[in-house]
Each structure stands twice: as structure tokens, then as C-alpha cells.
Write a protein that binds this ligand. Structure first.
Ligand code: SF4
Length: 349
């Protein structure tokens, strides 16, 4: 009999699997608690399970997790993990500390087909979509490196890949990480960032998680130039999907807006961005471009960045400048890549 992957299973699925083995269903809750909440895979410690069940466990389920190939710690506290996902491929996840939270930026695919021009990952076509256990596994492995007083509080799907291009595994992994018997990560502390696959956006609303949209262009001409997906789902459709999310969920959308020197950073762009987004309950993260080799784009001067932000504030927008973290280890947005030999990483914005 082929073993089921433990980290692929939601609690109802594990309950079903446990019952099929002739065990009471509540054993699934106990297992979830040991593995996720108490973070042990040492079956000897699981003393509320029968000895027989404990000894059978490795033969019943496959507990494989993605192997950590490298860990890089930044001087600003950011930690980047490089995971082996087989066939000489790797993905990355990044722990980003801030005052009151510990956020894990997670990958959903190896490579990405969206081909955003400013993005390091977008330079590589999609190689494959990650499976549920590989997404959950990034969280489990990262969580196990923390000290007992630390806890991952937030998840952002802003790592490698477009999460709405891999809906099944992404939403199932959220279900698993949300379980109250496991890590119990609140849905409101999970953010899915999309480049704008409009037909899939209602799934974010249905899942009860936060929506971020990588906007980056204030009109269809500029946006289509730097984000080819805009040719399929232009701004009017994208913004309508955002308004619908806000209407149904009562949440705000976060718009990510990357400042590219001479492309998206003028005062006219700031005004246009304000007028474009004012009909959507939102906040806007402006992200000065993190330069990477061969991108053909440049980071604006500091005074240009400040002027852009000040203009947005003057107009009344809720705008924040995203603090750039992990630049010394290439863990900042737009710097994640997939080559196993590389030390760089990319994030969808
Ligand atoms: S920014 Fe996100 S959606 Fe665009 S190519 Fe990069 S990973 Fe893909």
C-alpha cells in the first residue's frame, strides 16, 4: 500500500485515513497537535497514542519535508531558506521579523509563467507547481528553526510563483496551516499576492484571506509593457475584481506598486495611481525597485521616492513605503530565483 504524505492531508482527510486504518478518528487531531502544534516528529514522545500505533506510524504515512539546503541570515534579522524540491530544483522562503509579528514569505511554484519584466523569477518559465506538502513543508521547516518563545504569526504568498496559478495546493495548504489542532494561523494573517488572474480572485475572498495585488502600472499601456498578464485582464477588470473582494469580505486590498526609475516613478504617476485606486478600499505599498543583474530597470533616487510618497499622502492615499529587508542576502521583493546553485531569491510583488 502506498503511504500517504502526511503534510498533504487536511484534518478531515487525515481523520478519514486514520479511520480507514481501523483507528478512532480523534487520533488524527492528536497527530496534528504533536506534529504541527508541538512540533515533534519523535513518535516516542507521543505518549497519548498507543505504542502499537506509534510504531506503525512510519509505515502508514510519509513524513518527508522539503530539505533545507541553505540558510542565510541577514544583518536586519531576515532569514532566507533554500529548499530542495528535487530534480536539482529549489525554492525559497523568507522569515521577515517586524515589531509585533514574524512573517513567512512562502513560494508556490518553481519559476513563474507570468513573465513580469522587473522580476527575477519571471525570467524563468514555470518549471512546476509545488504540491501541498511542499508549501506546508516550507512553513514547518522554518517554524522548527525558531526558539521556543518565537512563533510565525503571518504568511504571505509573495515568494516564487503566482499563487493563483496553483490554487488547489495553495488553498489546501492554507486549510492545513489554519487548523486549530495545528499551527492555528488566522486566515486574516494570510495574504495572497497576485499579479491579477482575475477569474481566480474570488477564491481569495472565499478562503477568507487577505488580498494583495501587484499593480505597478497606472494605465494599460505601461502595465501591459511590464506585466504581460495585463493584456489578458486589463486594469478595469482587475480593479472591478478588487472592489468585489472588498464588498464581499469587508477587507481592504493591498496594492503593491514598484517604483522603477523613469518608468513608474513620476509625480504624474503618483497622481494617476491615486485616481486609479481611490474607488477601492485599499492601502498602497510603494516598493523602490531592488536592482538585480540584467533586469534593465533601476531604483529611483531617494528624493524621487520620497517625492512620490509625499504626493500620494498629500492626495489622501493610505500609502506606506515597504521597508526593504534582506537586501544583503537577496531576499527582498523581486530578488528570488530558482537555480539550485544560486544564493538569490525572488518574490512576487
Ligand atoms: S512578480 Fe510574481 S507573478 Fe510576476 S513573474 Fe514574478 S513571481 Fe511571477
Amino acid at each position: 500500500m502506498q503511504k500517504q504524505r502526511f503534510f498533504d492531508l487536511t484534518l478531515p482527510e487525515l481523520t478519514q485515513a486514520v479511520k480507514a486504518l481501523g483507528k478512532p478518528g480523534f487520533r488524527a487531531q492528536q497527530l496534528y497537535r504533536w506534529i504541527y502544534s508541538l512540533q515533534t516528529q519523535d513518535f516516542a514522545q507521543m505518549t497519548n497514542l498507543s505504542k502499537d500505533f506509534r510504531s506503525e506510524m512510519p509505515t502508514l504515512f510519509d513524513f518527508t519535508l522539503p530539505e533545507i539546503l541553505k540558510v542565510h541570515k541577514s544583518v536586519d534579522g531576515t532569514t532566507k531558506f533554500l529548499f530542495n524540491v528535487g530534480s536539482n530544483k529549489s525554492v525559497e522562503a523568507v522569515i521577515i521579523p517586524s515589531r509585533d509579528r514574524l512573517t513567512l514569505c512562502i513560494s508556490s511554484e518553481v519559476g513563474c509563467n507570468m513573465a513580469c519584466k522587473f522580476c527575477y523569477t519571471g525570467k524563468q518559465k514555470l518549471q512546476r507547481k509545488l504540491e501541498t506538502w511542499e508549501i506546508v513543508g516550507q512553513f514547518v521547516q522554518a517554524a522548527r528553526t525558531l526558539t521556543p518563545d518565537q512563533r510565525l504569526t503571518n504568511i504571505v504568498f509573495m515568494g516564487m510563483g503566482e499563487p493563483l496559478d496553483n490554487c488547489e495546493a495553495v488553498f489546501k495548504s492554507i486549510e492545513i496551516l489554519h487548523s486549530t489542532w495545528g499551527y492555528n494561523v488566522s486566515r486574516k494573517r494570510v495574504t495572497i499576492s497576485t499579479s491579477g488572474i482575475v477569474p481566480m480572485m474570488p477564491k481569495i475572498t472565499e478562503a477568507g484571506v487577505r488580498m494583495a495585488v501587484s499593480l505597478n502600472g497606472v494605465n494599460d499601456q505601461v502595465r501591459s509593457e511590464i506585466m504581460p498578464i495585463n493584456r489578458k485582464w486589463p486594469l478595469a477588470e482587475l480593479l472591478e475584481a478588487c472592489r468585489e473582494h472588498c464588498r464581499v469580505s469587508g477587507d481592504k486590498v493591498t496594492f503593491e506598486y514598484v517604483l522603477l526609475k523613469g518608468v513608474t516613478d513620476s509625480l504624474e504617476d503618483a497622481k494617476a495611481l491615486y485616481h486609479l485606486t481611490k474607488s477601492v478600499p485599499c492601502k498602497i505599498n510603494i516598493i523602490p525597485f531592488n536592482e538585480h543583474p540584467g533586469s534593465g530597470f533601476y531604483r529611483p533616487a531617494e528624493e524621487t521616492i520620497v517625492r512620490f510618497q509625499n504626493e500620494m499622502i498629500r492626495l489622501g492615499a493610505h500609502v506606506l513605503r515597504r521597508k526593504t529587508m534582506g537586501r544583503d542576502i537577496y531576499a527582498a521583493c523581486g530578488q528570488l530565483t530558482t537555480a539550485a546553485s544560486s544564493t538569490q531569491t525572488q518574490a512576487s510583488l
